[in-house]
Design a protein. Structure first.
Ligand code: EPZ
Length: 420
């Protein structure tokens, strides 16, 4: 039975080197997109995490050959004929990113059916923008027994305006439009680095995607894509998590394999707090936090704003930064569940659904806490490393969903942490 708890003895300044893995939120969409290509796709920098394993199982049950190769790359080969349209519900409920099969399946075959996806408990996570997008491209969509069933008879290029720059909706529309005859355009598109990584991957396969990383993405549909070898970008959220852990423990660490530009919103805020960050060559960052830190205010926004996926970790850091800080969560409607857990550790935080006011304290104390979702769990490791005494984190499986070798990596930085 895999361990589901972590024990941390805090108060140790983190020191040493940590190497960042491929981005979960890039790898998942590259895996979903791979089924659009004829031949064997080989993906590098795919992190060995639970969410990737679940998506692999889903694809295998739908008739796709997926296997890890000796060099730790991932081989994906879809059959020429149509895939089973029914992704197994017991698996798709575990993984919101399974919703990305909607666009990649409609790109390669006339029918797709996915269950209303699960994932973190951080808000409603609707699919209205995904559905609006594929309908604009000619799919008819019906909701049957908690499943989204789509079929395209006469599909055609179209312009889609996204009311919110949804990452997943942008990705689904991009994938379907790549193999939909005619010209398509996505306005108010998401601009995350993972969107650019997907667009580059699709273009390498022979697609015609222009403007990824800006508000407007234009796509000319093609009839076939060929399989290629490609790499996921480094995980900016994993990197940011280790940066905050170094800041929260007054440590000094070297982070390898990052793209600094993807971390600028986080780097800017940490520098505002007084953390010294040096962007070295070859994608290395030196993070150094010796002096007392200053409180800051955070507003989460779609990229290039401060990432919502770093919000929980920031609450943990600010809880231990003397002074008054404010955090506004503008992306999800229920992403403050970690606050109750931080309060058990002595944090002084007042919050409503979107605003948290933190009275930072010089000391947090260890406690028994529970990971409510992936990033909250990672934030509790940050808090546990910074706190005095012992912290036990229950439901640590949430963390293993998205952080490769997290115990080994924190231990490599000197943290006293074990899974049990
Ligand atoms: C992706 O989720 C990421 N997941 C999330 O990371 C990340 O927090 C999020 O983007 C925002 O950056 C993956 O890439 C696998 P959204 P996604 O669609 O695509 C609303 C993590 O911790 N919305 O950009 O599901 C939605 O309710 C995870 O790694 C609609 O209203 O996020 C939310 O409020 C958590 N209608 C907002 O948009 C829709 O049809 C952002 O959602 C779709 C979304």
């Amino acid at each position: 039975m895999k361990s589901n708890r972590l024990r941390i003895k805090g108060g140790v300044p983190l020191r040493g080197k940590v190497s960042i893995s491929g981005a979960k939120n890039a790898a998942l969409v590259l895996i979903a997109a791979s089924i659009m290509a004829k031949g064997e796709t080989v993906l590098e920098q795919v992190p060995y995490i639970e969410d990737v394993q679940v998506l692999i199982q889903i694809l295998q049950k739908m008739g796709v050959q997926v296997r890890w190769k000796e060099d730790r790359s991932l081989s994906i080969q879809a059959p020429d004929e149509a895939l089973t349209i029914q992704a197994p519900q017991e698996l798709t409920r575990k993984l919101r990113a399974s919703n990305l099969l909607l666009g990649s399946m409609l790109a390669r075959q006339p029918e797709a059916a996915i269950s209303m996806p699960g994932g973190c408990d951080i808000g409603l996570r609707p699919m209205d923008l995904h559905i609006k997008g594929v309908q604009a491209l000619g799919a008819t969509v019906s909701i049957k027994r908690n499943r989204i069933c789509a079929e395209r008879k006469n599909y055609h290029g179209a312009a889609v305006y996204l009311d919110f720059p949804s990452v997943g909706a942008t990705e689904n529309i991009m994938m379907m439009a790549c193999m939909t005859p005619g010209e398509s355009m996505i306005e108010n598109a998401a601009k995350e680095p993972e969107i650019v990584n997907l667009a580059s991957f699709l273009n390498a396969m022979g697609a015609s995607v222009r403007g990824a990383g800006t508000d407007v993405i234009r796509i000319t549909g093609v009839s076939e894509l060929k399989a290629v070898r490609y790499a996921a970008i480094p995980d900016r959220i994993e990197a940011g998590t280790y940066m905050l852990a170094a800041a929260a423990t007054g440590g000094e660490i070297m982070i390898e394999n990052v793209i600094p530009q993807h971390l600028h919103p986080v780097i800017a805020k940490l520098r505002e707090m007084g953390v010294i960050i040096q962007e070295l060559d070859h994608g290395n960052l030196l993070v150094y936090a010796q002096d007392p830190l200053r409180p800051v205010d955070i507003k989460t926004m779609p990229y290039p704003g401060f990432p919502t996926d770093m919000q929980s970790q920031m609450l943990a850091l600010l809880a231990k930064t003397p002074g008054t800080s404010m955090v506004v969560e503008n992306v999800f409607e229920n992403r403050f569940r970690i606050i109750d857990e931080l309060r058990r550790m002595g944090a002084q935080i007042k919050a409503d659904s979107h605003l948290a006011v933190i009275e930072g304290r010089p000391v947090l104390h260890g406690a028994n806490v529970r990971a409510t979702d992936l990033r909250a769990g990672a934030a509790l490791i940050v808090a546990g490393c910074a706190a005095e005494g012992e912290t036990i984190i229950e439901d640590a499986v949430h963390i293993f969903r998205g952080y490769e070798s997290v115990v080994e990596k924190f231990r490599g930085l000197g943290a006293e942490i074990e899974a049990f």
